[in-house]
Design a protein around this ligand. Structure first.
Ligand SMILES: Nc1nc2c(ncn2[C@@H]2O[C@H](COP(=O)(O)OP(=O)(O)OP(=O)(O)O)[C@@H](O)[C@H]2O)c(=O)[nH]1
Ligand SMILES: [Mg+2]
Length: 309
């Protein structure tokens, strides 16, 4: 599945159109979906709940003449706690690093406060901006035109594309435009790689995705996942992870009556891990109350969620 740490820049890699594309959008706009689709790899967690992505993640799309380095980041929203502040730092860093900003708008919703924040941030970054109006398959009548116009009013005259992030075919013209907008230069990563994430980071995201899908309302937002042990043998990959919750009552919900919920979460997570790995997965999950972890800077750092990745 995931990737080993990157080797240093290699002279045998080609040159071409190369650069960073920051994916900027409100929570739930479809940023991670788009990245997974173009990579044809389940790298980033995706869910119907907002604020799924909590830290930035690099996705590498290489062909013979180009290397697009996608920076998937948390959705832009008004920070409520230390975790939100850290998520916002990830967005800030990605915008600084970006050669191009790809604004992703959700046409199934009306233009709101978070959309304005997204558009204003993109417009003031001083970088080339491209607009992708997503979820055209789910938009109501006039929804696509309305959101496109609202964004362009803030962004000015920038190229705009109508897409369905789940469908690679709908992304062809957008990818062409991105390649043309990137600067010329040597490849920055091994073209065989799809990410620089460690396998255990990807695994913790997939386990979190299982939590987002299995648990209702606010519980998954109050949870973090740490992978504590990772052992590969000829027969299996043994993973031990802790699911951190904030309160005792949440622990009860996550475990469920007689452990039924935890078993269901484990089974779903194993299926997701199995899809990206060829070997058998043996997953052990522990649930632990880690009070107020979203506001404790040292824990955010330990969990890799301090926005300094
Ligand atoms: N109908 C439809 N749904 C989509 C499309 N793209 C994404 N989605 C759905 O939108 C939801 C959010 O997708 P994500 O990719 O997690 O969104 P995100 O922008 O990364 O969200 P955050 O990480 O919370 O900022 C998921 O349920 C996706 O399946 C699309 O083109 N059409
Ligand atoms: Mg995301």
């Amino acid at each position: 599945m995931g990737k080993k740490p990157m080797p240093e820049e290699n002279q045998s890699w080609p040159s071409g159109r190369v650069g960073y594309v920051a994916l900027l959008g409100r929570p739930n706009a479809g940023k991670s979906t788009l990245m997974n689709t173009v990579l044809d790899f389940h790298l980033a967690a995706v869910s119907a709940k907002p604020q799924t992505t909590r830290r930035s993640c690099l996705g590498i799309l290489s062909d013979e003449t180009s290397q697009i380095l996608f920076l998937d980041v948390p959705g832009v929203h008004v920070p409520q706690d230390e975790l939100d502040e850290a998520m916002d730092r990830s967005v800030h860093r990605a915008l600084e690093e970006a050669d191009v900003i790809l604004c992703i708008a959700d046409s199934s919703r009306t233009f709101g406060k978070e959309d304005r924040m997204v558009a204003e941030r993109a417009a003031s970054a001083g970088k080339p901006v491209i607009l992708a109006v997503n979820k055209v398959d789910a938009a109501g009548p006039g929804g696509v035109d309305a959101i496109q116009q609202a964004y362009l009013k803030v962004l000015g005259e920038v190229p705009a594309f109508r897409i369905c992030a789940k469908s690679l075919q709908s992304l062809t013209m957008l990818l062409l435009e991105l390649r043309q907008t990137l600067p010329e230069g040597p490849f920055l990563h091994d073209p065989e790689m799809v990410s620089d994430s460690y396998e255990r980071e990807i695994a913790s995201e997939l386990i979190r995705e299982a939590l987002m899908e299995s648990l209702r309302e606010e519980v998954p937002h109050a949870m973090a996942v740490t992978v504590d042990e990772w052992k590969e043998t000829d027969k299996a990959c043994r993973i031990t992870a802790t699911l951190h919750v904030e309160r005792d009552s949440q622990k009860g919900i996550v475990i469920g009556r007689g452990g039924t919920m935890l078993n269901a979460i484990r089974a779903l997570a194993v299926r997701k891990l199995q899809e990206v790995r060829e070997d058998t997965i043996r997953l052990k999950l522990y649930v632990r109350v880690t009070h107020d972890w979203r506001n404790r800077k040292n824990l955010l750092r330990d969990f890799g969620l301090d926005g300094r990745e």
